[in-house]
Design a binder for this molecule. Sequence first.
Ligand SMILES: Cc1ncc(COP(=O)(O)O)c(C=O)c1O
Length: 376
Amino acid sequence: MREIPPSSTLRVLSLAKRLEREGRRILHLEVGEPDFDTPEHVKRAAWEALQRGMTKYTPSEGLPELREAVAERVGAERENVLITPGAKHAIFCAMEAILDPGDEVILPSPCWTYDGIVLSAGGKPVFLETRMEEGFRVDPERVEEKLTPRTRLLVLNSPCNPTGAVLERENLRALLELARERDLWILTDEIYDRLVYEGESPSLLSLSGSLEGIVYINGFSKTYAMTGWRLGYAVAPRELVAEMNKIQQASTSCVPGFVQVAGLEALRGPQDFVERMREEFRRRRDFLVRGLSSLGLRCLPPRGAFYAFPRLPEGWGDSTRFCELLLEEAGIASVPGAGFGPFGEGHVRFSFACSLEVLRETLEGLRGFLEAHRGG
Ligand SMILES: Cc1ncc(COP(=O)(O)O)c(C=O)c1O
């Protein structure tokens, strides 16, 4: 337990809440959830399911209708799909099922908090550097250098939290080839695939031809503004899904039926909500990126997801100190880059899943803060 780091986002959030209890107004740019409400027709579907008495246990692998809808979306079969309480639990089940104690997992960093899940499953995180100057691509040669006889799994996240980077088709193809040559699993977390602002975000599944060696992760939290519903899924070879289902049975049993019915409505119902939210996020992204660069905070314009991940100005080596001071002095909550693996240090993550007004105030606050600390 000592080795598992606490989530840095949640740490900032609790500090921010403390300040709020003391009467301070805080601008929340730390949390990774849309400020939109879940679409009305999705909420109604859950309500109607409750009215029909859907209040009991459901099959641990998920409702057949939802598994089928997911399978259809990605061109797989129902038996390839496991419905889980959130994408995070899908990742957890996958790592538990794949890893033996001491197995190594390659995590391109800056990355989301996969390391905690790897450690929980008895594995060893091996961080791999990705660089802003290279668009945070995952260099296959650098992956190869990290391989040992214990390497079992490579994690890819495109669009990426926290960098907003999208992996190009050629990059994915080379990584897939390497993984197949070296008998590695790839876990591809594509939870932000519908929130893309420039070009396309190719899915690994569209390149691979089959599910062999692949665990595909997605969910409802981001696309349909359903973070609190806890609904996600994995798509994988059926033998692995059967093993992952054992972990689900041993831990959460199943996802509530009315939540799955809501998910089915989200997938099968009108999609105009997603488009509206994406357009709004694009406006905010453009506004924030322009504002940050006018303050001398350089970042790769995020092509997907809803985070900007600028480099800190010269003189600020320590992102944790930067974020704490920014919160205490300017009331702006953000997440230190150090929370995204060793190669996130020197950056800070701002979520733009908040109103333009909040972003405007944030930029003003940042300007004052940076002027007050000129020189670090
Ligand atoms: C990259 C990534 N994967 C997975 C998740 C987890 O999503 P869920 O709410 O479905 O568990 C998140 C949430 O922040 C995320 O950013």
